[in-house]
Design a protein. Structure first.
Length: 139
């Protein structure tokens, strides 16, 4: 069995963003030489997420609005976590809802997606360098 590991780095200039990282993960799969197996993609930060869904701007706007209703950024004083001097209590909760990682089957040298599925990096406390781990195992 082969194993492949790569870190993808992102410099997000805004507090929040949703970035389609499917092309980068496809590149990793090609580099790995693995044609049958599993691909794990996970955010390496506790205020970021990796998830699978449709690459449609209306859906992304809906996520933004929904997440902000669930865990509004302000008032910052509403989060006990922020008493440590942070201002990202909401980002931790948003990450928990959106998830840390995804696992996809690799079949015939391709990510085995359903219709419209794409991989996204969700950033909820950006403005600094962050990374995503891609780990692929198989033959």
């Amino acid at each position: 069995m082969k194993s492949y590991r790569k870190e993808l780095w992102f410099d997000i200039q805004t507090r929040r963003a949703m970035i389609n990282i499917t092309p980068q993960v496809d590149e990793c799969l090609a580099e790995s030489g693995i044609s049958e197996g599993l691909c794990l993609v996970n955010a390496m930060h506790i205020t970021a997420s990796v998830f699978i869904n449709d690459d449609e701007s209306g859906l992304h706007a809906d996520y933004e609005r929904w997440l902000e209703k669930l865990a509004p950024h302000e008032p910052i004083s509403a989060y006990r976590h922020n008493r440590t001097g942070e201002d990202n209590g909401d980002a931790h909760l948003k990450r928990q809802v959106m998830g840390r990682e995804v696992v996809m089957a690799v079949t015939g040298g391709s990510l085995d997606f359903g219709p419209w599925e794409q991989i996204f990096y969700g950033e909820f406390d950006g403005r600094r360098r962050k990374r995503v781990l891609v780990k692929i195992i198989g033959e």
